[in-house]
Write a protein that binds this ligand. Structure first.
Ligand code: PA5
Length: 449
């Protein structure tokens, strides 16, 4: 049984039941391509059966290393970019306490997770290294290719720092590498230094890798239950695999609705969360759909908003700007914490009309009110909801989005599992930095500057 629900009824003016039903045959064909590995990008479909195939020995290795990391670290630095960064951060931010790094030491049982290798900012790097002078830490370095510049630069600095701080032998016990089984600079380095190493399966692309050690080791080190995440993902895998009928298959329903909207000129999708802890899940979703669909001069542009915060910045545009937007609300029904708005006898702020109500009730009304306003303004609304923000439901959500993205990419007619466009900036950067092998590109680009 799955807990996640998809509701497209609020977009009925743009997506009718009849239109949706016409996609049944096409969806069946694309589902077959995904499960039989016969469609575009078929060598990168390892994620399809991943949740059901994680072995007990891998769980034990991940949990064992996570326990070691937690024991020896106040801070864990997770070094990676793109698919080797966003998934772990999405889950850790969604489940974690945002104030955890500020808690007094006596109240802390979990290490703080901080990130490196996801940009090239020198100030951030300097401050990070200064912080690491003062705390006990370990490093999880993640790169499938093992050659991506941003994490490679960052890891060179981290390796240098940790070896100076602890000595080479102890440093090697504090570094955990997640990379390709055989190739790449990181693989060579990890083997030479004897780091504890995990493999990213060949047939799982970066943005589909959160349910491999890429996401699971940092998440376990942060103190979350990775078995529950996989349990949720597996429940969703099983449910989607057995739901041939489009109206029962949530991933297909979402994929079809967004493609109908796209064909009607709604070229931008806003994924809207009403909980700040979802902000990085939205970032992960942006990468998943943006990198999968934005090619061949087509694709829905995935944008994210955090509400109600962004109603005070983007709200005007969404309500009355160019009508090329649709919105998908990512709703969490319940909160674990309870905070009621107190009564104030003087009522000088005029808020007694909501006194006694929980903040979540006010948030729910804000969500409903916003949905109605946006629908009235010509912004079709879809809703994806889970009852609670916990490990199991996050697992469902991750697998749901991955399958929806694969189906949606096939409906769009692109290969959702490659990313040829990402190479363009790298080529220019290497040319400008005079990387050996880029002499001709270097001469060409300098003429254009
Ligand atoms: O989804 C992808 O393939 C990319 O976003 C990669 O994850 C990103 O470029 C990082 O690559 P790597 O893991 O090889 O360092």
């Amino acid at each position: 049984m799955v807990h996640l629900k998809v509701d497209i009824s609020k977009a009925v003016e743009f997506v009718t039941g009849e239109e949706t039903a016409r996609f049944q045959a096409e969806i069946s064909r694309h589902r077959k391509s995904l499960y039989n590995k016969t469609g575009k990008g078929s060598s990168f479909l390892g994620w399809v059966s991943l949740p059901g195939s994680i072995s007990e020995s891998l769980f034990l290795q991940l949990e064992g290393d996570a326990a070691k990391i937690r024991h020896m670290s106040d801070v864990v630095v997770v070094c990676g970019i793109g698919g080797s960064y966003l998934g772990a951060r999405a889950v850790i931010d969604a489940l974690g306490n945002p104030f955890q790094p500020l808690l007094p030491k006596t109240h802390k049982s979990d290490p703080a997770i901080i990130y490196a290798g996801h940009h090239l900012d020198e100030n951030y790097t300097a401050r990070l290294l200064n912080l690491l002078d003062t705390v006990n830490y370990s490093v999880i370095v993640i790169s499938k290719s093992g050659t991506t510049t941003e994490p490679a630069v960052s890891f060179r600095l981290l390796k240098n720092h940790i070896e100076k701080k602890y000595g080479t032998a102890e440093a090697s016990k504090r570094i955990f590498a997640i990379t390709d089984a055989n190739k790449g600079a990181l693989k060579n380095l990890a083997t030479a230094q004897g780091y504890s190493t995990y493999v990213i399966p060949d047939d799982v692309g970066g943005r589909y890798s959160v349910l491999t050690p890429v996401g699971l080791l940092p998440v376990a080190a942060a103190g979350f239950n990775i078995r529950k995440i996989i349990e949720g993902a597996f429940a969703m895998e099983t449910h989607l695999r057995t739901s041939e009928n489009l109206s029962e298959n949530q991933a297909a329903t979402y994929a079809v609705a967004r493609n109908i909207l796209y064909r009607k000129g709604k070229t931008i999708e806003l994924l809207a969360g009403y909980n700040p802890s979802l902000n990085f899940l939205i970032e992960w979703w942006k990468q998943l759909f943006g990198e999968s669909e934005g090619k061949d001069n087509k694709g829905i542009f995935p944008a994210g908003i955090g509400l109600t915060t962004d109603l005070h910045s983007m709200g005007q545009y969404i309500q009355e700007g160019l009508r090329n937007i649709f919105e998908t609300v990512l709703a969490i029904e319940n909160t674990q914490a309870v905070v009621e708005i107190p009564v104030d006898p003087a009522d000088l702020d005029g808020l007694n009309f909501i006194s006694g109500k929980r903040i979540n009730e006010v948030n729910r009304m804000a969500k409903l009110g916003t949905m109605m306003a946006h629908i009235d303004g010509g912004v079709p609304n879809l809703e994806i909801s889970i009852p609670d923000l916990n490990e199991r439901n996050i697992g469902e959500l991750i697998y749901f989005f991955e399958m929806a993205c694969g189906l949606s990419g096939y409906l769009l007619g692109v290969n959702p599992f490659d990313q040829p466009g990402v190479e363009a900036y790298k080529k220019n950067m290497f040319a400008l930095l005079n990387k050996p092998g880029f002499e001709k590109e270097s001469a060409d680009i300098r003429k254009r500057l």
